[in-house]
Design a binder for this molecule. Structure first.
Ligand SMILES: Cc1ncc(COP(=O)(O)O)c(C=O)c1O
Length: 435
């Protein structure tokens, strides 16, 4: 095939031979390295899950919703399951079915659904679903009848014990458990779990969690009186797992702690942040004192300075609304962000530090080298570390390190096969890059 592209390449190469100014090395091997990447240390995830499992006799659910908080659904799910988690938690049918399509068959719960959704594929794939209303139960029972699955749907009934988010209100609960018992008798579903979520577990001095636990116990009694005998009662998120042992019941649902963020304010449990977000400077320039930088020119250099251009912006999840305290790590020190963060890029004022094009800039990581952490960014952007991690966008390549067993072969193929960002090509040299 003598393609248009190949002809162009031949023309260019002839041109280059006549033009000595063209860099021979670049002609032969232009870089295909990503200029920004999120490196995910799977051994940190394994360590965190083991640490959590060591704190409880309850079963551990690794919450891997939202692409495992931005870390990558499949590598994280597999690592968590190899490190002591026995359940996986997601919010949508597509996440649960992506796990199943990749061969991950561990018990999985999904919990955000329209009542009239087709739950059939989830029932067939043996994925447990949450119900917070009689309308949801009807939808699940109808899907079970329609899908002719060989098994009843496994359902976890959710009670709102005081957070006023998802879950049935205590006033609605008796009707919900009565309907569930009825559908259970008819064989459409089995109530495998009863659960709730805590609003204030990360602030253990507050009294509301105790009240929520008491409301949950009342809900369990009502369910028992309706004839339900679920295997799994579950309440605790990361913070409750680490700080409120009486919330553990049969299963704990752990999200942010798996990713290495300490969930309880003022306490540390030896968790290790798993993600390092970095980029390469794609332009470096020297500017005089008094130079305005970026949109609005509302940052001005105080002295002659070197500015480094970072190819990441708010479209990649770098928060635009950070305080002037925000720093990145480059050349062994933290440096100030100069001016506003744009959609795809921002500028760092490194003063007189020697930096070159191609040098690494770390936005956040575990903090071992002095770089900021996701928790620092959360402070600077007045949000939580969950949002900082989850918003790292699909343009940022993910690279997995310290996988055990190493990622490659079956695992990278499975990732490539189910991840639309990777097309259908198994990734090879950068094993499991997204986007
Ligand atoms: C219902 C539910 N359970 C558990 C979790 C995990 O919470 P955390 O990340 O605080 O451990 C979440 C996360 O948002 C959740 O929505």
């Amino acid at each position: 095939m003598t393609s248009h592209r190949a002809r162009n390449a031949a023309d260019l190469s002839r041109l280059a031979q006549r033009k000595p100014s063209i860099d021979e090395e670049l002609l032969d091997s232009p870089s295909d390295e990503p200029f920004a990447e999120a490196v995910v240390d799977l051994s940190a995830i394994g360590h965190n899950v083991e640490t959590i499992a060591g704190q409880t006799s309850a079963a551990v659910m690794a919450v891997v919703k939202a692409d495992a908080f931005g870390h990558g659904l499949l590598p994280v799910a597999r690592t968590a399951l190899a490190s002591g988690a026995t359940w996986l938690g997601v919010t949508s049918a597509s996440e649960a079915l992506t796990l199943r399509a990749a061969g991950v068959d561990a018990p999985t719960l999904t919990w955000l659904h329209r009542p009239d959704e087709d739950f059939g594929p989830l029932i067939v794939a043996d994925v447990d679903v949450s119900a917070s209303s009689v309308a949801h139960l009807r939808g699940i029972a109808a899907s079970a009848a329609r899908s002719r699955a060989a098994r009843p749907a496994n359902v976890h009934l959710k009670v709102d014990s005081g957070m006023s988010r998802n879950g049935a209100m205590p006033s609605e609960w008796p009707a919900l458990v009565t309907a569930a018992a009825e559908f259970e008798r008819e064989g459409w579903l089995r109530v495998r779990g009863i659960w709730t979520h805590l609003a204030t577990a990360d602030e253990p001095r507050r009294p509301e969690a105790t009240r929520q636990l008491s409301s949950f116990d009342d809900a369990l009694k009502t369910a028992g009186a309706a004839g339900l005998a679920p295997d799994l009662r579950h309440v605790a998120n990361s913070a409750a797992t680490l700080a409120i042992p009486e919330s553990h019941y049969d299963l704990v649902r752990v999200g942010i702690a798996c990713y290495g963020v300490e969930p309880v304010s003022g306490r540390t449990y030896g968790l290790r942040p798993a993600m390092t977000l970095s980029a390469r400077a794609i332009l470096v320039k020297r500017v005089p004192a008094g130079t305005g930088v970026s949109y609005g020119l509302d940052y001005t250099t105080r002295r002659a300075s070197t500015l480094a251009l970072v190819p990441l912006g708010y479209a990649d999840g770098v928060p635009r609304n950070v305080t002037p305290d925000a720093r990145v790590w480059m050349g062994g020190q933290r440096h100030r962000i100069a001016g506003r963060i744009s959609m795809d890029q921002f500028v760092v004022d490194v003063g007189n530090t020697r930096v070159d094009m191609g040098d690494e800039i770390v936005l956040f990581g575990p903090g071992d080298r002095g770089e900021p952490t996701a928790s620092h960014w959360a402070q600077w952007a007045d949000t939580n570390p969950h949002e900082i991690l989850t918003r790292v966008g699909p343009r940022v390549a993910r690279r997995y390190v310290n996988a055990d067993p190493p990622i490659g072969g079956r695992q990278s193929e499975a990732i490539a096969a189910v991840d639309p960002m990777n097309g259908n090509e198994p990734t090879t040299d950068r094993e499991s890059a997204h986007g």
